[in-house]
Design a protein around this ligand. Sequence first.
Ligand SMILES: [Zn+2]
Length: 179
Amino acid sequence: MGQPQSKPRFPQPGDHIYCERKGGFYDHHGIYVGDNMVIHLRGAAKKLGELPGCQKCGDKRVENGEIAKVCIDCFLDGETPQIYDYGVSSLEFECRKRGTCCPRHSKPPHEVISTATDLLEQNGFGPYDMFTNNCEHFAVYCKTGSTASFQVERVIATCSVGILAGAAVGLFRNALAKH
Ligand SMILES: [Zn+2]
């Protein structure tokens, strides 16, 4: 019996969560801040279909420009929450689906929540852009304080894996040549 790779768990406050949207074409990301509420950056063109007259967040919901705090049911819209992992190794980062983990380490949960709350109050993350300023950038920024380098790290990690693979092939060839 092998260990399950990752046990599904209910999000903890300060977790970066994501779920599929539109049949898996893209994922939507947000920060779970506790009390069943999620803060997320949403595109003007892809406003989430908040449940009409949602009993859970109707009076707690905050919408400030493109940043909004809604209940987890409105955020998930029927999908299953997944937890975005931080502090993974470069190799794991390479092997996993893009947009599910980050090699950088997360800040402590209370700092993550306070960053997300400050950005919500100030509407301070700039306009949504699918490629340069999207919901994943927002969540990664809340978790780590930076969005700039997670794409770059991927390139560096790819190069490192390439160099390691090249070295391994070289060793293998040397070993063969000796026989
Ligand atoms: Zn709701």
